[in-house]
Design a protein around this ligand. Structure first.
Ligand code: ADP
Ligand code: 5GP
Length: 216
């Protein structure tokens, strides 16, 4: 029996946005456990680590000077200032993973996502939304990681951010964590199977058909 060579497919860059406190980290951790082939990009930030956050796992925690050096060296897909701190997604590791035909997800707030859309129009944009704004503020408070003043600032930003959801390709509601994670995985898998990312596989069948069918 002939074996079909696995033709190289094109990988996909997925950008996940959503207001602070909606559950992006929580859901992405479940995605990472469910599918180790999906790489999660680790952002750099100048904000202080929260209790339990680990450098190199949750974020690469940087001083402003270190971060500005990374900007100078063009190490980011994009970077943005959000509520007084820099955030940016380093590109090298993620692009290497994608160029091997895989999927990577980077978590970016909406300003950063629109910059990535200009530079990488072929990327896929998912907006993670809360079941309601009331639920969002409860989650922000329940996380217990910010002062009430900072929570109010993040909520105010969130009121703007949800208006940007129209610009995304997909919307996932984070009501149940596992369900949201599974919906994100379904999107990623479907995107990897799109014809435009699998032209080499189709070429293989077409070539074979041309050889086999020419005398029929
Ligand atoms: P983000 O990364 O979007 O800022 P987090 O992942 O830190 O948000 O989640 C914010 C809070 O909401 C955390 O305390 C988390 O445990 C909780 N949370 C996340 N998803 C859900 C969910 N589906 N149902 C209930 N609580 C959730
Ligand atoms: P937090 O401080 O709650 O971890 O993150 C604050 C906001 O920064 C969130 O909306 C999160 O999505 C966003 N963020 C995380 N990493 C990046 C990044 O690399 N670039 C940009 N622009 N935003 C990011």
């Amino acid at each position: 029996m002939d074996t079909i060579p696995v033709a190289k497919r094109e990988g996909v860059l997925v950008v996940l946005s959503g207001p602070s406190g909606v559950g992006k980290n929580t859901v992405l951790n479940v995605v990472a456990k469910m599918d180790s082939n999906i790489m999660l990009g680790i952002s750099a930030t100048t904000r202080q680590p929260r209790p339990g956050e680990v450098d190199g796992v949750n974020y690469h925690f940087k001083t402003r000077a270190e971060f500005e050096k990374m900007i100078e060296n063009d190490e980011f897909f994009e970077f943005a200032e959000y509520n007084g701190n820099y955030y940016g997604s380093p590109k090298e590791e993620v692009l290497n993973w994608i160029s091997a035909g895989n999927a990577a997800i980077i978590e970016i707030e909406v300003q950063g996502a629109s910059k990535v859309k200009q530079k990488y129009p072929e990327a896929v944009f998912i907006f993670l939304a809360p079941p309601s704004m009331h639920t969002l503020i409860s989650r922000l408070r329940g996380r217990n990681t910010e002062t009430e003043e900072k929570i109010q600032a993040r909520y105010k930003t969130a009121c703007y951010e949800v208006t940007q959801a129209y610009n995304y390709d997909y919307i996932v509601i984070n009501d149940d964590i596992r369900e949201a994670a599974s919906e994100i995985m379904q999107i990623v898998h479907a995107e990897l199977m799109r014809v435009k990312r699998n032209k080499a596989t189709i070429d293989f069948f077409v070539e074979e058909a041309k050889q086999d069918c020419k005398d029929i």
